[in-house]
Design a protein around this ligand. Sequence first.
Ligand SMILES: [Zn+2]
Length: 276
Amino acid sequence: MPELPEVETTCRGIAPHLTGKTIAQAVIRNSRLRWPVPDELPSLLPGLTIRSVTRRAKYLLLDCDAGALLIHLGMSGSLRILSAKSGYDSELPQKHDHFDLVLRDQTILRLRDPRRFGAVLWHAGDGLQHPLLLNLGSEPLTADFSAAQLFEKTRGSRTAIKQTLMNHHVVVGVGNIYANEALFLAGINPKTAAGRIALPRYEILVQAVKQTLQLAIEAGGSTLRDFVHSDGSSGYFQQQYWVYGRTGQLCKKCAGIIKHIRQGQRSSYYCPSCQH
Ligand SMILES: [Zn+2]
């Protein structure tokens, strides 16, 4: 599943090909995504110019003055750029290529989504005001996500820190992998009640979250060029993990055994001797 680093990398990968360009055509091949793709897009979008491509949580926002196109990659979605220069004429849309945005310079932004949990939505006006984006928590890579704020928000909370990190009303885009890895780096047991963690430990945790996401984004940097004319799958990063998915294996720090528990239907992995 595309996590925040993949979406951020997608954003950086597609932005140079779209920004300042005018839309010629929108092609909906299958509107049955997580929510129906609005059927007015083919008449609404042509002639609009894309002013910017940004990300909020795991949504991509293509701001077009009159409104914004919101794209979410869901469980299995990927975007890529087909450019006339690289000979896309020979490449016909495949079964899971549900949506194309065709620009006047003949560049195509193509959404492929086999499991169809992704979304293409339109919001008239400021895209950040779309109901799905209101009430979201802090962006983890900005100063808005800070130890002081996390400390403040969690006073009195008996919710486990792992679930708190994954609550998008608190902070967005910290998926299961990154929550597990950041808690390991910070030496915090995922079951610890968020309200019992002191400010200095939150300082370490917040840095660990930022660092974990940043490293993943950097790992994805090398795949940026593949947004042009790739099979679209290279946007998902394979990484080496400290604890994620390593049940029963040796801890890379202390050689203890990595444990697995379920928390709120999600898998948590941790080292009982490194994380308290
Ligand atoms: Zn350990």
